[in-house]
Ligand binder design. Structure first.
Ligand SMILES: [Zn+2]
Length: 65
């Protein structure tokens, strides 16, 4: 995914995909972690089109709470 410098600066950064996923799991919105080309860290996006579902969301869909 292409990231604009302004977006990169504004967004929360995570050092690892696992950190980003931990936050996405607790979020109200469906969020996807992605690797940023600019800072080489991870951000979350709510633009989920074309992105594969993370493991926790697959599990959630199989067994809704
Ligand atoms: Zn970034």
């Amino acid at each position: 995914m292409k990231t604009h410098p302004g977006i990169c600066r504004r967004k929360a950064r995570f050092a690892s995909e696992a950190d980003a996923i931990a936050v996405a799991e607790r979020a109200e919105l469906a969020l996807r972690p992605y690797r940023c080309e600019l800072c080489r860290q991870w951000h979350l996006t709510s633009r989920t089109k074309g992105m594969k579902l993370p493991t926790f969301e697959l599990a959630r869909r199989r067994a809704p709470p």
